[in-house]
Design a protein around this ligand. Structure first.
Ligand code: NAD
Ligand code: ZN
Length: 249
């Protein structure tokens, strides 16, 4: 067992209410590269910011072209042992929720009820109208776009349709930020998994948990700027670490 797993088991046993906070690192074992990996999905292009998306049809076309490429990896990925370990602790009632920066929907696929997932950066597995919020599935949009380059438009209000993620420059979802705050303040054990903890405001939640008296655990391959606040830092691979700590395959 990697260093710290016995201590994590003990912390889990003595805690009443656990919150998980996940970043891109929990999904790398599912084949989705994280933000930093060289040559990864995200490092090839400068991201299209929200303002550009709104202002220019050409930027929207480029956005959809890239999405169709990255979806080949994102939408075929399956949850891994780390996702399953979290799902098991949610199912047993030990953990109250998972606050995630991820957009891949793998916590849902692993069986965590939607009501127990807080998505801070949205979800890339569907789209919404930016004006009225109507939900749209991706496949029909992509088929039309690939056929003749037509951009999707809301059938209800003619608004712009965008994948349901939070782009750079787009404001954070207020309801989710509020729920994340309530969950963070209410927990006694906060476990950050696979996040570099440099993306704000998301990375404010582990710090808030610590400030409010919860024990902070950080599971990450690399050091993070909040390691000095943590009761326990485990530098290992997430699937094996959480799998062993929770006792699932
Ligand atoms: P990040 O890429 O900044 O950090 C990921 C961290 O996980 C790194 O420190 C890395 O060392 C660690 N890591 C990777 N694989 C690991 C493993 N198997 N075991 C242990 N540690 C591992 O990710 P972030 O903090 O989530 O910030 C990136 C932003 O990009 C997020 O806001 C997110 O919205 C977005 N993003 C999402 C996805 C996704 O949905 N899967 C993927 C990439 C980026
Ligand atoms: Zn609309």
């Amino acid at each position: 067992m990697a260093d710290g797993i016995a201590e994590l088991r003990a912390l889990l046993a003595e805690s009443q209410r656990v919150v998980f906070f996940t970043g891109a690192g929990i999904s790398t074992e599912s084949g989705i590269p994280d933000f930093r990996s060289p040559g990864g999905l995200w490092s090839q292009y400068r991201p299209i910011e929200f303002g550009e998306f709104m202002a220019s049809a050409e930027a929207r076309k480029e956005y959809w072209r890239r999405k169709i490429e990255t979806d080949k990896v994102l939408l075929t990925a399956k949850p891994n042992r780390g996702h399953r370990a979290i799902a098991a602790l949610i199912a047993s009632g030990k953990a109250s929720s998972v606050i995630t920066q991820n957009i891949d929907g793998l916590h849902q696929t692993s069986g965590v009820p939607v009501a127990k997932i807080v998505e801070l950066h949205g979800n890339t597995t569907y789209a919404t109208c930016l004006d009225c919020g109507e939900r749209y599935e991706l496949e029909p949009i992509k088929q039309v776009f690939v056929a003749d380059g037509t951009l999707p438009e809301c059938t209800a209000c003619m608004g712009i349709i965008k994948p349901a993620t939070i782009a750079f420059g787009q404001s954070m979802p207020q309801a989710e930020m509020h729920r994340a705050q309530i969950e963070t303040v209410a927990c006694d054990l906060f476990i950050s998994v696979g996040s570099s903890l440099v993306v704000y405001p998301a990375a404010g939640f582990p710090a808030l948990a610590h400030e409010k008296g919860a024990s902070l655990v950080i599971v990450n391959r690399e050091p993070t700027p909040l390691d000095n606040m943590a009761r326990l830092v485990i530098r290992g691979e997430i699937g094996p670490v959480l799998g062993q700590a929770v006792g699932i395959e």
